[in-house]
Design a protein around this ligand. Structure first.
Ligand SMILES: [Fe+2]
Ligand SMILES: [Fe+2]
Length: 203
């Protein structure tokens, strides 16, 4: 029942759905996808740690993001275990063109709070897009155990997306955050439109 509902949920406001061909391409290239995915989890954990260290004075942020670090690191561990199960090495981190493009659309100036909100929204975008990709993998890949894992991740990243958006509203007025969020959703769609669809990347 829950899974049936989930098919129509978890799009999280994204303006442009991923090209449906991606799921099949990625499913046939699971080693590269797992390696890239492992580093996505590592970057998610590192990004939360860096926010906690830089904004240690923000009690709510520390409270919300501390357990997220543990969850992202647990995801990393489990992706590494999936690689090990297949006798595949983790290998080196690959260039992340999606995150590089997002970094370019994030405003750099402004107050400390404004910069924080930009970073929180960028994290929310990555969570939303990852959630959408996990949903595609869950629904399409033939390996049932791995599909279950992707289902679980889809639910978890949707929770993180909500965490980042609600944290943003702690530090800037909700109307400003909503306006900026809509702007970023449009820009993110443009990034996805212009990125080459790759079988070896999560994004
Ligand atoms: Fe994760
Ligand atoms: Fe996440």
């Amino acid at each position: 029942m829950i899974k049936k509902e989930a098919k129509d949920k978890y799009t999280l406001g994204l303006e442009l759905p991923t090209d449906p061909r991606w799921a099949d391409m990625a499913g046939k290239n699971i080693h590269d996808v797992l390696v890239d995915h492992a580093y996505c989890e590592q970057k998610a954990a590192s990004s939360c740690i860096s926010l906690i260290v830089q904004y240690a004075d923000k009690e709510k942020l520390v409270e919300v993001l501390t357990p997220v670090v543990a969850e992202e690191w647990n995801h990393f561990e489990r992706v590494v275990a999936e690689l090990k199960k297949r006798k595949l090495p983790l290998g080196k981190q690959r260039r992340d063109e999606y995150v590089e493009a997002l970094q370019k659309i994030i405003h750099k100036g402004g107050s400390r709070e404004e910069q924080l909100v930009e970073r929180l929204l960028m994290n929310a975008l990555i969570e939303a897009r990852s959630c959408e990709r996990f949903k595609m993998l869950w629904k399409n890949i033939p390996d049932k155990a791995l599909a279950e894992f992707y289902y679980e991740l889809m639910v978890s990243e949707a929770g993180h997306y909500k965490n980042f958006l609600s944290l943003a509203k702690e530090y800037r007025p909700a109307a400003d955050v909503d306006r900026r969020w809509r702007e970023l959703l449009e820009q993110e769609a443009e990034i996805i439109r212009n990125l080459t669809l790759r079988p070896d990347r999560m994004h």
